[in-house]
Design a protein around this ligand. Sequence first.
Ligand code: ADP
Ligand code: MG
Length: 261
Amino acid sequence: MPAKGATNPMVQALSPPGAQSTRAVSVQDVARTFHARGHAVPALAGMNLIAAPGEIVTVVGPSGCGKSTLLELICGLQVADAGTCDAMPAALMPQRDLLLPWASALDNAALPLRVHGLSAAEARRQAVPWFERVGLQGFERARPTELSGGMRQRVSFLRSLLAGKPVLALDEPFASLDALTRQEMQSWLEHVLASQARTVVLVTHDVEEAVVLGDRVIVMSARPGRAVADIAVGLARPRRRTDPEVVAIRERVLAALGAST
Ligand code: ADP
Ligand code: MG
């Protein structure tokens, strides 16, 4: 799989090189309609989302409301029909992990480095230290089928991280995992992001996950999706699902979701 959104001319730089930008992602009044079998399917209409550099913005919304479409627009893999979508270069962690079954975990993670022209040996050399950092040490040579769901998600996340883009677009990164593994992975992600100056747009259908991980939670309406609430979280980290403040914000997000459908 090529490093999605690598040097994609469809994603416009927000500011000249070196200039200070206050926005890593700016989606303004965006519409996107698909045409399938003679039908127009409006996925997004009047969608807005702003992310400042270093911010973690989580996005929740009903199934089919255009969340994956939104991330693909941010990564320059799709083009808006209306409105503007500006973003610093962004790497997508897709909803399905898309790991190459025949390649080792190390080669799967190092793929974006190969795409950037590094030799296999150099790409592996740069990727290896990350295996320890993400708790995958000893599994470098394992094939995807030999890894647990959580491990595959880590390899997939590492692949997005090693693309070296300032923005990470994470599409339901933990959706396929059991509840316990999902909570472990959330703590792990929080830990990794604390040492990484990245802007993150994370889509999830898990409202608690959105509140535990996000600096802000964007709530989307049913299709065609648009933002109906932008809720600042503003709580110290690490957060726990059972923290009363987390529970209170979760209720606000659920109320906004309920009102939107
Ligand atoms: P979500 O990620 O929120 O579940 P998606 O962004 O995947 O939603 O899809 C939004 C809507 O657009 C859905 O109704 C989906 O069926 C439709 N859609 C998405 N991609 C395509 C496509 N390539 N062709 C036709 N319809 C599509
Ligand atoms: Mg989706």
